[in-house]
Design a protein around this ligand. Sequence first.
Ligand code: EPZ
Length: 417
Amino acid sequence: MNQITITGGQTIQGTIAASGAKNAVLPILAATIVGQGESHIKHVPHLHDVTTMNELLAQLGAKLTVDHHADITINTDTINNQTAPYETVKTMRASILALGPLVARYGRAKVSLPGGCQIGARPVDLHIKGLQAMGAKIEVQDGYILANCERLKGNRIMMEKVTVTGTENILIAATLAKGETLIENAAIEPEVVDLAKYLKAMGAEITGEGTSKIYVQGKDQLQGTTYSVMPDRIEIGTFLVAAAITGGSITINNSCNDDLDAVFAKLVEAGAEITTTADSVTLNMHGKRPTPVDIRTAPHPAFPTDMQAQFCALNAIADGTSHITETLFENRFMHVEELNRMGANIQVEGNQAMIKGVDTLSGAPVTATDLRASASLVLAGLAATGQTTVHDIHYIDRGYEAIEEKLNQLGAVIVRS
Ligand code: EPZ
């Protein structure tokens, strides 16, 4: 069951609801560590990465139950182990988000270095520097980060680079530090804001979230609470591209439109008609072939790197040439070789891809290399003639809830085997 076969040529049309955001629920689950008593986390997407985070929290000693909606009831008062082992961290880098909360609440943590992944080196030096600035004694040995601190002290922390999980790790830790913390050059991604909202619902004192300056007044303790996770803007963007690449139309309910300005703008530039209500978005491509669009990824609110691979697929069949520049990760074009095997005409030079649109792609056996690359191969398979089999599809299960079921509801013909 690690491959899916897509029969191309179907038009994607219909209505779906967005799931909860992977990149919001993962830091929020890590942040349950700093709250006393129970938290109920709702609108949780049913994803492999969420299962991995739940397993990590259980390994630490937390008590948690997952209901049939995948919503989670968790109590972290029973944590009796502050080690996030290599076996867990190597399967999911976001495990690094346990570091800050564990040091903040228990004064110590032993977290495996995540190491690199397919898309880049993915260092965590800025996570470590931020915690050191708050007084944590940190050593790195035998592949583990060992952190100790009686009680973290608030400080002014200037992030050398914009880092989403770096900002999140430090933000969570600061909520229990003594005194005030100012995080400068903080990430402003919507998922950071969602994390801050959860922390504030637990009693944290935070202002400036969503800007590059986040202020935190540390508290002695926080109380677990009920929180519903924001919608997944990358899932929404991916499904919008599914409709655009097949000339179809889609309505996505429970959408977070304010977080998708850059993606909407590029879809309109590609020829899509987009209309929105307070909590839904409708895209209609009116059967047209996409117009090529140039993309340059950058931190929010610019075009998100997590939508880059999907637009490579869209541009692959556009009526002209386009250029995509990836500025965040050093190796995030691995989907290109696989797209070229389907007849795309894409050249990569350094961090830029030049895409000469072709009339049609041809179905072929391809292999997923990372989460968003696998999504781009599925999108290409929808538009291609014939059958496309995507191998190693477990990557897509990390970030998309029941993707073939949702796409089949919209007219796709996809079989998992
Ligand atoms: C988060 O990763 C997301 N993951 C990624 O989504 C997303 O692509 C990325 O942010 C950028 O938006 C989660 O939120 C779980 P970064 P993160 O730290 O936080 C450098 C997906 O597909 N850096 O913002 O790990 C780093 O090398 C995933 O859902 C340091 O140099 O990314 C990169 O060049 C993929 N030192 C840049 O910052 C550090 O200590 C941005 O990375 C940390 C980061």
